[in-house]
Design a protein around this ligand. Structure first.
Ligand code: ZN
Length: 57
C-alpha cells in the first residue's frame, strides 16, 4: 500500500495507535473496517492514509 500523495511505501498502523494520536475531528473520520498506513516521507503532507484513499495530515 502506497501513499496516495507521494507514492512512498506506507507502514501499517493499528487503529488503536491512530486513535491515540489523532485529534477528535479526525477521529470521527476513522472507519474501524479500514486498514490504515503511515507515510514516512518527511516531505509529504500526508501522515496517515487508508486503503480507500482517506488521508490525515
Ligand atoms: Zn506520503
Amino acid at each position: 500500500m502506497h501513499c496516495p500523495r507521494d507514492r512512498s511505501q506506507g507502514k501499517p498502523v493499528k487503529l488503536l495507535t491512530l486513535k491515540s494520536l489523532l485529534a477528535p475531528p479526525a477521529l470521527e473520520q476513522l472507519n474501524p473496517q479500514e486498514t490504515y498506513q503511515f507515510c514516512e516521507s518527511a516531505d509529504c503532507p500526508v501522515v496517515y492514509f487508508s486503503t480507500v484513499g482517506d488521508t490525515f495530515t
